[in-house]
Each structure stands twice: as C-alpha cells, then as structure tokens.
Design a binder for this molecule. Structure first.
Ligand code: PA5
Length: 445
C-alpha cells in the first residue's frame, strides 16, 4: 500500500501543522467528494475508477486487440493531458526503450505534442511501409498541434489503405458531442471514444485518453484501474493516518506557506521520466494561477545528481523534494567480481544494483536534508500496473486537495489560452485581424 513518509521534517517545520490544517483539509475533502468547490464541473475523475462506462471500456479492449492484430505501429496524436499520462504509463511499465524491444505488441509513436517539422517527419519515415493505426486524441477537438499532425498521418493512412481502409484504422478520442474532431469522426464513420465532460485533460489518463494506447502496449488496464479504485477507497477516508493524500497535500502546503517555491519530483528509475512530465502538468496547471503555486520540477536520479545535484545541495534554498520510491526491481543484476580489482570496486562485488541504488538514495536523502532541502518520500511499492494506478489516483487526489487548500480552482487553465490567441493572430486565423496588427507592431514587423 502506498505510503507517504516525511524525512526528518521536524527539523524544518513544527510538528503540529497537520492539526492546524485539518479543518481546511476537511473542507477541501468535502469539495472533492461532493463536488461543491470551484471547478466542480470537472471532478468526474474522483469517482471514475468505479463508475466508468463498462460498455466503452469493452470497446477500448476490443480496439486495442484489433490494433495489435493488424498494426506494427500505433501513432498517438495528442498534447498535454491528451498524451502525457499514456506516455508516462507505457514508458514506466514497458520501458523508455519500448519501441526498440522485441515484442508482440505494436510500436507506439507519440506525435502532435509540438510543432517540430523534423520530429514529425522522422516518425513518418520510421513508419515506412509498416501497417499502422492512428489514435487521435483531443478533448476540444480544435487544438492546433494535434490537428496539424493528424492531417499528415491521416493522409499517409489514406494513401496506403484508401479512404475506407484508413477509416478502419482511425480511432478518435474526443468530446461526446462537440468539436471539429467529433464532427469529422461522425462524418467519416471512425470509431470514437469519449473524454467525459466532467474530466479535464490532465485528469484523464484513466479514461479512453490513456487507456487505449496503454492497452495497445500490452499493459494490464484491469490492474491499472483496480489499483486506482483501491486508492479511491483510501482517499475517501478522513485523517492523516488513513489517507496518504492528506499527508502529502498538507506537507506541500505547509512547505509552500513557510517559503518554499519549488517542488522537485525525484525518482531513481529512468523509466519514470514521463510520469514526472505528467505530474508536472497536473500540478503546474492545477495550482499555477492567481499569482500562486509551487513550481513543479523533476529530476532523474542518480543521473541528475551529477548535473542538478550541486544546485540542490548548495544553491538558493527554494525547494523541497518529493522522492518516488519503488520496491525491488523485477530484474536483479549483481555487480561482477574482478579478480584484479583495478577499479577498487570489489567491495561491491556480489551486491545487487538495488542495494547500490538504495544506499545512494539514503545518502542523498541525508545530504539534501542537511543542505536545507526537506524531503518527502512516496513509497509506491513494486513497479506494476496496479501500484501505478494507485499512484496516479493518489497524485490526482492530492492535487485536488492541494488546489483547494491554496484557494484556487484546480480544474481550470485560463493561462493556457494566452499563447494560443497570439499564435492564431500571427498565423492569420480569420477573426484575429486586429490582434495580428497589434502583435506585429510589437514584434517590429
Ligand atoms: O489539461 C489540459 O486541459 C490540457 O493540457 C489539454 O489536455 C491540452 O491542451 C490538449 O487539449 P485537447 O485535448 O483539447 O486537445
């Protein structure tokens, strides 16, 4: 069971802060459970692990099986909340080198998450003549990056299979009724999956948004949902002992209140990299508004101890760390013995890599804490689908609580629109003519 531990936290903040925050925590809990807080139209994810649409869930599994049987690759088109969760889970459970591995499941390419011509061209080249399918994911159905990418991959599909054949290989995950993508999918007869109205992008990994690509990669989505449902039952409870989300939300709020402005998520497993990217969006978009919020950053240890480690140890005291720890590795390697011992490493011979990693973790916890960086540990258990489902729900729930403690709406993202308006104006989108002239003047054009 997931556990939150505070590492020598009493050297940083008084021990009674949990009691002090408790009344506001209860109010935040009530807002999430009963949908009575700001943004309550977007709290569908709270009960989702038990209330999801079973009919659609069956179609997700059937579509995944079809893609596995007729495609060597799946192109997943989406950005932000419409891609980071799926990529995080696939890389965490199947490997960041998933596409390079020998396997019975299709390669998965994530595109439409930027505007790099080279990156997209490379995926078009990598697909070559291989059979492939496309899962285009956009809640709004109008986001520029995925919409542009979809034009390229739809054209490649239609060229290869004809319009009707391509239609069998396009799966659109979008709003149930609105948006350009939904209209297009209905007109063309593509299979569609729904991003529920009451679930925002960054909370949507356990809907079809994440589940279809994750299932195609061969991950046991039943186990993922089971873990999330178990954590949902834990998070409904009130109390710091019973509910790890209370403990995590309380400590990060107290550290923020007493002066920390950056939270660094750390993990000693490089496969966790895109889970950290997902976490950064979740917390950054949920809390970074109204001039407040912790800045979410991430590091991969031990690699980043050799790059960011210096700053964390001795730079400006801005941050605290949240360390996600998994249990024993599925594959155990031991440090080899070398009779000559030229590198002087025989004191480690026969020791497992996990043993070396765990001593590095402990040494780092002690060093960073002594250097003035508080550390929170999230013990996530063995790295598997069930525990990852629990971890995802735990972070989502803690994020909702944290946002309400902070006094913001954790479910909107008004700031994301600012760049889009400027981009549309500068690209000459109809309706933005006045703004275009104003922006071009500022750019000196
Ligand atoms: O969390 C969010 O709401 C955003 O990150 C969106 O997921 C992202 O902007 C993509 O939006 P859409 O799914 O509408 O294309």
């Amino acid at each position: 069971m997931l556990n939150v531990k505070l590492f020598h936290m009493d050297t940083f903040i008084p021990t009674h802060y949990e009691e002090a925050i408790q009344p506001r925590m209860k109010i935040s809990q009530d807002k999430l459970q009963n949908g009575t807080g700001a943004g309550s139209d977007f709290t569908g994810w709270v009960h989702l692990p038990r209330s999801y649409d079973r009919e659609e869930y069956g179609r997700i599994k059937a579509a995944a099986a079809k893609i596995q049987s007729n495609s060597k690759a799946l192109v997943v088109i989406g950005i932000g909340g419409s891609y980071l969760g799926a990529r995080g889970v696939v890389e965490c459970l199947c490997s960041p080198n998933y596409n390079l591995k020998k396997k019975n499941t299709p390669n998965i390419y994530f595109v439409g998450n930027g505007l790099s011509s080279e990156a997209m061209g490379e995926v078009l080249d990598l697909l070559g003549d291989d059979d492939f399918s496309v899962n285009v994911i956009s809640k709004s159905g109008t986001t520029t990056e995925p919409a542009v990418a979809f034009r390229f991959f739809r054209a490649k599909l239609e060229e290869k299979y004809g319009k009707a054949g391509a239609g069998e290989r396009i799966f659109a995950t979008t709003d149930k009724a609105r948006g350009a993508l939904k209209s297009l999918a209905d007109a063309e007869g593509w299979e569609t999956f729904v991003v529920p109205d009451d679930v925002g992008g960054r909370y949507s990994v356990l809907t079809a948004v994440g589940l279809l690509p994750i299932a195609v990669a061969g991950v046991d989505i039943d186990a993922l949902m089971r873990g999330a449902a178990q954590m949902m039952d834990v998070c409904v409870q009130e109390g710091y002992e019973e509910n790890p989300a209370w403990r995590y939300a309380a400590i990060r709020h107290e550290l923020y209140r007493t002066g920390k402005s950056v939270e660094i998520l750390a993990c000693y497993d490089p496969a966790f990299r895109f889970m950290s990217e997902w976490w950064k969006q979740l917390y950054g978009e949920s809390e970074g508004k109204d001039g407040c919020g912790l800045f979410p950053a991430s590091v991969e240890f031990t690699a980043d101890l050799h790059s960011m480690g210096q700053y964390i140890q001795q730079g400006k005291r801005l941050m605290f760390e949240t360390v996600v720890r998994f249990g024993d590795s599925a594959r155990q390697l031991e440090v080899p013995r070398d009779d000559l011992d030229g590198d002087g490493l025989n004191f480690l011979a026969g020791k497992s890599m996990d043993f070396v990693r765990d001593r590095a973790t402990e040494g780092t916890l002690l060093a960073h804490t002594e250097g003035g960086v508080p550390n929170v540990i999230v013990e996530a258990g063995e790295k598997n689908a069930e525990n990852l489902g629990a971890l995802i729900y735990f972070f989502e729930y803690s994020c909702g609580l944290s946002g309400y403690l902070l006094g913001v709406n954790p479910f909107d993202q008004p700031g994301v629109e600012a760049y889009k308006k400027n981009m549309f104006a500068l690209l000459g989108k109809p309706g933005y003519e006045d703004r275009k002239a104003e922006l071009e003047a500022k750019l000196g054009k």
